[in-house]
Ligand binder design. Structure first.
Ligand code: FAD
Ligand code: SF4
Length: 460
């Protein structure tokens, strides 16, 4: 069996000085070569590993035969955001981990092939429209334009339902636009895939905060027959330790939004300066921590450290992005926990007091619990701190519409099979229902909710 084909990347010494995409993806020859590794398994475990059940062997076969348009058409049957998913989905824990080749060799690079098909073909989305005349006069309001909202909206409009997306920000895309940096997910790619969904006929209303500008109840009065809430997990978690209000302490959410949405990395061309010191500490071990650390490096920090309370093995970040971060010179300090951020006389950060941890028994997440070692405190010098320890569900709609049933983490409770909330006609999905998760899980829920809304409207 041939080895998995490696993608082409920007050399490290160049990419740490710019925000352009790190991976160039496959060229035609590489894609065809990688597609030939697929065994075309009859039982295709990869399909079951994909939360939206793309017919993986069928699209890979088309790439192998050089039919790139056909490959994309097959992907579109299940996923309208393939250039995005091909870049950021954690394939290594989904379709690729169950690939038959994984047992003895490396899995087929399903994500990179999906990205190749999306980047190298152009199929009109109208090819996948299937209008139901009974639904022609129905109207649905979708709140939030992240992957959950976009997927729900596109599934509904493909059946002929009129859909309006209400988005609080001035740009569409949710975390795809304001969170994940350009060097991992170029915004022209996000804009291109969103534009195609808009072209299906979805009405867009930006700068509208549902719960403030318009209340949930008012949407029904405005004639919407059903509502989908896909407002994500936009509330940053904080450490809750002394010193978090010092200057140059950022939440990852604010730091990345300034860079991505407000184009801080293009200052002074764009008017968003991002103040960064020479020695940066990022607290956390997920994708958000990796993105923050690699962005800080590109903004000119001399040294960037990730401080994580467990070990490399338990880090939730995608392996590929961890490896990219290591290649780029990000340093890792494992088994430490900040207990205080220390400031100087001007109110700026000058260090972090940490305590060392050891690992105990697994906790409810299945990962071994970090336990502080008594008397192991130490002060490490840093002049910038970025807190990337997770986000909680956006609280505005639950607060302003208390009839909705909420879980203990502030998430909207939904029926897992239908994504219906406790209120008739209101559905929810994505991070607002699960807490911070992944693009593809948000898309999966958006799709599930759309199917339930269709059934609900047909009965209504
Ligand atoms: P979001 O993408 O958060 O979108 C919600 C939208 O709703 C936003 O546009 C918001 O402005 C809008 N909104 C909120 N409240 C209102 C309101 N009241 N009225 C109107 N609009 C409102 N996942 C991966 O799979 N792979 C990765 O590599 C990855 N990297 C990540 C990196 C970062 C920095 C972050 C923050 C997350 C990352 N994730 C990754 C997680 C992934 O992006 C999310 O799970 C996903 O975007 C959730 O989608 P969503 O549609 O539920 O919400
Ligand atoms: Fe191809 Fe792997 Fe899917 Fe088998 S499991 S069809 S080898 S991608």
């Amino acid at each position: 069996m041939k080895k998995r084909v490696k993608d082409r990347k920007q050399p490290v010494y160049e990419r740490i000085k710019n925000f352009e995409e790190v991976s160039f993806g496959y060229d035609e020859k590489q894609a065809v070569e990688e597609a030939k590794r697929c065994l075309q398994c009859k039982n295709a475990p990869c399909i079951k590993g994909c939360p939206v059940e793309i017919d993986i062997p069928r699209f890979i076969k088309e790439i192998k035969e050089g039919n790139f348009q056909k490959a994309l058409q097959i992907i579109y049957e299940k996923n309208l955001l393939p250039a995005i998913c091909g870049r950021v989905c954690p394939q290594e824990t989904q379709c690729e981990i169950v690939c038959t080749l994984t047992k003895k060799f490396q899995p087929v690079a399903i994500g990179k092939l999906e990205r190749f098909a999306a980047d190298n073909s152009d199929v009109p989305l109208s090819c996948s429209i299937n209008t139901n005349p009974e639904l022609k006069n129905k109207k649905v309001a979708v709140i939030g334009s992240g992957p959950a909202g976009l997927t729900c909206a596109s599934e509904l409009i493909r059946c002929g339902i009129k859909v309006t997306i209400f988005e609080a920000l001035h740009k569409l895309g949710g975390v795809l636009t304001y969170g994940i940096p350009e060097f991992r997910l170029p915004k022209r790619i996000v804009e291109k895939e969103i534009r195609r969904i808009i072209e299906l006929g979805v009405e867009i209303k930006t700068n509208i905060i549902i719960g403030k500008t318009i209340k949930i109840e008012e949407l029904f009065q405005m004639g919407y027959d059903a509502i989908f809430i896909g407002t994500g997990a936009g509330l940053p978690n904080f450490l809750g330790i002394p010193g978090e209000n010092l200057l140059r302490v950022y939440s990852a959410n604010e730091f990345l939004t300034r860079i991505n949405l407000m184009k801080g990395y293009l200052f002074p061309e764009y008017d968003t300066p991002v103040s960064i010191g020479e020695k940066v500490a990022v607290i956390g071990g997920g994708n958000v921590a990796m993105d923050s650390a690699r962005s800080a490096l590109r903004l000119g920090a001399k040294e960037v450290f990730i401080l994580y309370r467990r070990t490399e093995k338990e880090m939730p970040a995608r392996r590929e992005e961890y490896e990219n971060a290591v290649e780029e010179g990000i340093k890792f300090i494992f088994l430490v926990q900040p207990i205080e951020i220390i400031g100087d006389e001007n109110g700026y950060v000058k260090g972090i007091k940490i305590i060392h941890n050891e690992l105990g028994q697994p906790d409810e997440s299945g990962r071994r619990r970090p336990i502080p070692i008594p008397n192991s405190e130490e002060i490490l010098p840093f002049d910038t701190v970025i807190v990337a320890i997770g986000q909680s569900p956006s609280p505005l709609i639950p607060k302003t519409y208390p009839e909705l049933k909420i879980g203990k983490n502030g998430n909207i409770i939904v029926d897992p099979e239908t994504c219906q909330t406790n209120i008739e006609g209101i559905y929810a999905g994505g991070d607002i229902a699960t807490g911070a998760a992944t693009v593809i899980s948000a898309m999966g829920m958006g799709k599930k909710a759309a199917n339930s809304i269709i059934n609900y409207l047909l009965k209504k």
